[in-house]
Design a protein around this ligand. Structure first.
Ligand code: PEP
Ligand code: MG
Length: 537
């Protein structure tokens, strides 16, 4: 039990606040320990058993997935684990004397390299799934039981790093939280975690050797630490804080059904940010003012590959149906930066945040952009749709997109498909756009504070070393926000803010003081934000 083990505290930074207690589940890239019995017959039996157990647990996981993209990834692994073309060479190598783990690792290594070198982006994207499968079977060969390999229920994930698409593949309803050695507090994994209320600590200072898989642990994503084998006193203090948070959450939930109103009677529209369509399932549409941001790039980066026009229409239509007449804002593809998409974003850019990303990439890749515009125009016939362009820098980008929309509408009309022109707005996240806001003929503006802060303060949102300078309350940032708000007020154009600043009680009062009347926040923060607005003067 934990009481006879030394308590150890690993420090990091809070990326998504919350508290969790559970056991440590390591997902660290370890070297392959080639444990062999030295007997080919026995190695063969161990290998076949690991495959059988792996296939069984994958089958169960597929059935449990509600998320289509995650199910697709697992089905792909399931097909491979039963594929003779992959398995037979491993068995041959084992019968010739190779250790099962080494033979498997080598065979998968070759396959991964082939997939990574493929011309087709779809195959390149699957290399990560193969690496995942390699790890799964290796874990089983190295003595993890089926339960250890599969049971994430109540576990705290500890990993070196996690990309946004991998984050989305995990079933966070089963994990208690995560602790990463890499990562940053403003990157997209942090945003995704905050959207779901998943406690996450990043930049964890640990040596893999000092962590124990399966150890009892506390994830304190308020102070930014992971405590292994917490002592009795630590547990008691932690339980008290958990109880306090639960009662605060219950008090905040009281504000959910009411319109968000400040003490002085100002009504603030509070919409939600949607990172993957399933996220709306946890929100009652009556509790918010629709959707203020849909990050469609995550639809394009899953293992299902690039969604075609019909698939996109179904997804956008689903969001419009969910919102029941409330406005739905869908942002066109914002690939690039820390959201690369295989086959779409350029490789080898020295600074992807300043490169071909957002609307710049969409206008350069009409093969991806036009099907999205067609799906959006068709979705606009289904309900109140607002389309928003990311990373707009100059008015021409907005105008070009409006022209493309008109062409698309004419085409759809000729084909007899119902479609409409949505409201066309833009993110204000590039300083040039904020300074020149009066020159843009947008139907609405939404301030993207995550990127605006990064570009104004010249601090990468994924760079932990400069996070102290990455300050949303920097007066230069506030001045630009005020400028956009003033322009909207003077011209009667809606101005909102959908960056993470709006979801954070440390910054929300400043935004309300600047006169913002429309916010879009992480779904998990909706109640807390509405409560904070109610307490604001
Ligand atoms: C932003 O930049 O504030 C924003 C909302 O977009 P993203 O975080 O997806 O870049
Ligand atoms: Mg942005």
């Amino acid at each position: 039990m934990s009481t006879d083990r030394p308590e150890r505290i690993f420090e990091g930074k809070v990326a998504s606040p919350g508290l969790a207690a559970g056991h440590i589940r390591l997902a660290l890239r370890r070297p392959v320990a080639v444990v062999s019995t030295g007997d080919p017959a026995q190695e063969r039996r161990r290998f076949d058993a690991a495959l059988a157990v792996g296939a069984e647990s994958l089958g169960r996981l597929v059935k449990r997935q509600s998320d289509e993209a995650a199910a697709g990834m697992l089905e792909f692994q399931l097909a491979l684990i039963g594929d003779d073309e992959l398995i037979e060479p491993v068995r041959r190598a084992i019968s010739e004397g190779a250790a099962a783990a080494a033979a498997w690792s080598e065979a998968l290594g070759r396959q991964i390299a082939d997939y990574e070198a493929a011309d087709d982006a779809y195959f390149r994207a699957r290399a990560a799934d193969l690496a995942d499968l390699r790890e799964r079977v290796l874990s089983l060969l190295q003595g993890e039981t089926e339960d250890e390999a599969e049971t994430v229920e109540g576990a705290i994930l500890v990993a070196e790093d996690l990309g946004p698409s991998r984050f989305l593949e995990l079933d966070w309803g089963r994990w208690r939280g995560g602790a990463l050695m890499g990562g940053s507090v403003s990157g997209h994994v942090a945003i995704l975690a905050r959207a779901r209320g998943v406690p996450l600590v990043v930049g964890l200072d640990l040596s893999a050797a000092s962590l124990v898989a399966g150890a009892d642990a506390i994830l304190d994503a308020e102070k930014g630490r992971l405590v292994q084998y917490p002592l009795g006193a630590t547990r008691v203090a932690f339980s008290r804080r958990m109880a306090e948070r639960q009662s605060t959450a219950a008090a905040e939930a009281e504000f959910l059904p009411r319109p968000a109103t400040t003490r002085s009677g100002r009504i603030i529209a509070v919409a939600i940010n949607v990172d993957e369509p399933g996220a709306v399932r946890s929100v009652d549409p009556a509790h918010c003012d629709g959707i203020g941001l849909t990050r469609t790039e995550f639809l394009f980066s899953g293992p299902g590959g690039r969604p075609d026009e019909e698939r996109q229409l179904a997804i956008y239509g689903g969001l419009i149906a969910w919102a029941g007449g409330r406005p739905v804002t869908i942002r066109t593809l914002d690939a690039g930066g820390d959201k690369p998409i295989e086959g779409l974003t350029p490789e080898g850019e020295t600074n992807p945040f300043l490169g071909l990303r957002g609307i710049r990439l969409s206008l350069a890749r009409l093969d991806a952009f036009l099907p999205q515009l067609r799906a959006l125009a068709r979705a606009a016939a289904l309900g109140p749709l607002k389309v928003m362009l990311p990373m707009v820098t100059v008015p021409r980008e907005l105008e070009e997109t409006r022209h493309l929309f008109r062409d698309v509408l004419a085409e759809l009309g000729r084909a007899g498909l119902p479609a409409a022109m949505p409201k066309l707005g833009m993110m204000v996240e590039v300083p040039a756009a904020a300074l020149n806001v009066a020159r843009f003929e947008a139907d609405f503006f939404s301030i993207g504070s995550n990127d605006l802060v990064q570009y104004v303060t010249a601090t990468g949102r994924d760079c932990a070393a400069v996070s102290a300078l990455h300050d949303p309350l920097n007066p230069a940032v506030l001045e630009l926000i005020a400028r956009v708000v003033a322009h909207g007020r003077a011209r009667g154009i809606e101005v909102g803010l959908c960056g993470d600043m709006a979801s954070d009680n440390r910054y929300l009062p400043a935004l309300l003081d600047l006169g913002l009347g429309s916010l879009s926040v992480a779904p998990a923060r909706l109640a807390a934000v509405k409560a904070a607005i109610a307490h604001h003067g």
